[in-house]
Design a protein around this ligand. Sequence first.
Ligand code: NAP
Ligand code: GDD
Length: 366
Amino acid sequence: MKEKKRRKRALLTGITGQDGSYLAELLLAKEYEVHGIIRRSSSFNTQRIDALYQDPHEKDVRLFLHYGDLNDSSSLNRILRLVDPDEIYNLGAQSHVKVSFDTPEYTGDVTGLGCTRLLEAIRELQIRPKIYQASSSEMFGKTAETPQSEITPFYPRSPYGAAKVYAFWMMVNYREAYGLFSVNGILFNHESPRRGETFVSRKITRAVGRIRHGLQERLYLGNLGAKRDWGYAKDYVEAMWLMLQREDPEDFVIATGKTNTVREFCARAFARAGIELTWEGSGLQERGVERGSGRVLVEIDPRYLRPTEVDTLLGNPAKAKKKLGWIPKTTFEELVNLMVDSDLRLAENEARLNEIVSSKASRVRS
Ligand code: NAP
Ligand code: GDD
C-alpha cells in the first residue's frame, strides 16, 4: 500500500500577534499543518486568527492551538514533543520598546530567555527542526553605520533591544555548537492594519480615522523626528519562510532600504483622509495644525518619549534580494494608504454604532 506523505508541520510562537497571523495564513496556503502556542488570557487574544480557526471536530483540520508560554519550559517541552515540527518560528515576545523600560526583567525573560528555552527543548528532545528567530533592527540601536546590514555591530538602546541581542547570539551559538539550522531574520519595522494600537504607525492611522469621524479631537505623540524603515508585514512573513527553505542556515536583514520620519508618516496619513497638516513650533511645542481651519490635531506628550531613543533606522536588504530572491512589494505610500483606509472603515463602523446606541438611549428616555 502507498504510504501517505506527512504534511510539512510548522510551530509558531506568537501566532496571535501581527506577524503570527500573517505567517499562519501563508503557511496554511502552502498546505502546511500549522500549530500555534497561545497564552491563557482573561480576555480574548485570538482576534487576529479568528478567521483561520477550524473546529477540531471538522475533517482535514490543519490549524491547531496549544496553551503554553515562553516563560514556561515544561509547556514548551510538552508541545514540541507532541507536535514534532519541521519548522519553528519564534515570534513570541514582549515586543513593545517603550514598555520594556517599565518591565525590563520580564522583557528579558520572554524576549531573551524564551528563545533559549525553545533551543534547549529542541536539544533535549533530540529533534532537528529548522528554527527562525524574530530578531530586530532595534538591536542596531545607536547605529554604527547607515544603512545597517548583516555585518553592522549591535548597540541596543532599550531592554527590548538588549534581550533581542542575547537571543540573536544564542541562535548563532546553537548553530555553531550543535549544528542546528537556527537562523535570525533581522527585520526592520513592519506594519499593517493588524498592528497593535500602541505602535506609532497604528496609533496614528487609528487616530486619523477617529478624528475624521468626529470620535477623537487630537493625537498625542512623542518623538516626531525619529526615522524608521517601514515595510508591510504581509511582505515580511514571506521572507521568514524563505529563510527556512534554504539548504544553509544564514541570517538576513529584511528592510525596504528607505526611511521616513514619524512626522512624515503622520502628514501622509492625515492627507489620505483628506486633511492637510502643517507643522508649527518646535521641540515639545511642535504641533500639527489643519490647514484652513487652524484646528490643532497633533501635539507632543513627553510621556511618549523614551529614556534612550533609536533615532534613525535604515536597512540594506541586498543580501535578501540576492540569496532569497526577496524584495518588498509594498511602498511606504501604499502601506500608509492601506492602513488609513482600513482604520477609516473601522471608525465609520464605530460612529454608526454610537449613533444606534444613542438613538436607542434617547428613545428609552422619551
Ligand atoms: P506582536 O503583535 O506584539 O505579537 C507578539 C506575540 O507574542 C503575541 O502573539 C503575544 O501573545 C506573544 N507573546 C507575548 N508574550 C508571550 C509569552 N510569554 N509566551 C508566549 N507568547 C507570548 O508582535 P509582532 O509585531 O507580530 O512581532 C513578532 C515578532 O517579531 C516579535 O518577536 C517582535 O519582537 C519581532 N519583531 C517585530 C518587528 C515589527 O516591526 N513588527 C520588527 C522586528 C522584530 P498575546 O497575543 O497573548 O499577547
Ligand atoms: N509607540 C510610539 N508611540 N512611538 C512613538 C510615539 C508614540 O506615541 N511617538 C513617537 N514615537 C516614535 C518612537 O519613539 C520610535 O522612535 C518610533 O516612533 C517607532 O516606535 P514604535 O512604533 O513603538 O516602534 P519601535 O521602532 O520602537 O519598535 C518596533 O520596531 C522594532 C524593529 O525596529 C517594534 O515592533 C519592535 O518589536 C521591533 O523590533
